[in-house]
Design a protein around this ligand. Structure first.
Ligand code: DX5
Ligand code: ZN
Length: 235
């Protein structure tokens, strides 16, 4: 049973903050520390001013992990690379609607490959931009920093947006409302100090790089993001 299906907060450490020289050990470390998904930030130097890694890195880690690989594509054009990431082992593939002229078609492509499809909203992107994509979305990812770098400060301006998206997801009139849950994830500057307000706004999934990988005790850090101690007591 997944954390999401149990109604528990899903925590997905972002490997962007891991030690790239020891990626396999880093994956093992956060897996043992209680991670639900592994978040992979793919940056192309065009859509965002940074370059990270490509499908070969996912493929190299795939046989060493049973966790879902949650892939966040910050690249344009994005369509030519979707299949490569699916074949490399992605379970979820999320795209920015700005990354191509036809995000609806890109989500259809992700679904046709048997993967969960996600849409990502930059801090300046309005929620209306995805209103007609919801029937194809398994994940909505709210950027609470501008994409491109780890270690930035959380933008509180995104809290009302998370709340508005929660209302949009829970609207019984939305397409596919009965059929499928949609995860509402938040990515950027997530720490144990701000998760209470992020969860109260309606998020159910937390992406966290620095606050997990830089923590002396990663299990305690992941538990703290969920608002509990490593022994499961409320903080
Ligand atoms: C930013 C990425 C984030 C980032 C989060 O472009 O999408 O996933 O790695 O890192 P922290 O938690 O350090 O802000
Ligand atoms: Zn990300």
């Amino acid at each position: 049973m997944t954390a999401q299906s149990q109604g528990r907060v899903v925590v997905a450490p972002s490997l962007l903050a891991a030690d790239f020289g020891r990626l396999r050990e880093e994956v093992d470390s956060v897996t043992q520390a209680g991670a639900d998904w592994l978040h992979f930030d793919i940056m192309d130097g065009h859509f965002v001013p940074n370059i990270s890694f490509g499908p070969l890195v996912l493929a190299a880690l795939r046989s060493h992990s049973l966790l879902p690989f949650d892939v966040h594509l910050m690249m344009t054009p994005v369509d030519p690379f979707v299949t490569a990431f699916a074949e490399a082992g992605a379970d979820h593939i999320s795209i920015h609607p700005e990354a191509g002229p036809h995000p609806h078609r890109t989500l259809q492509l992700i679904r046709s490959l048997g993967k969960k499809a996600g849409v990502v909203l930059n801090p300046g992107t309005p929620i209306e931009s995805i209103a007609w994509l919801l029937d194809l979305a398994d994940i909505i990812l709210v950027m609470s920093v501008n994409p491109g770098f780890g270690g930035q400060k959380f933008l509180p301006s995104q809290l009302p947006k998370i709340a508005a998206l929660r209302r949009m997801i829970d609207d019984p009139a939305r397409p596919d409302a009965e059929a499928r849950p949609i995860a509402l994830a938040v990515d950027g500057g997530i720490t144990p100090e701000n998760t209470a307000e992020v969860l109260a706004a309606g998020a159910d999934t937390l992406i966290a790089g620095t606050s997990v990988f830089a923590a002396p005790d990663r299990a305690a850090a992941i538990a703290a993001l969920r608002g509990v101690s490593s022994r499961g007591e409320a903080l």
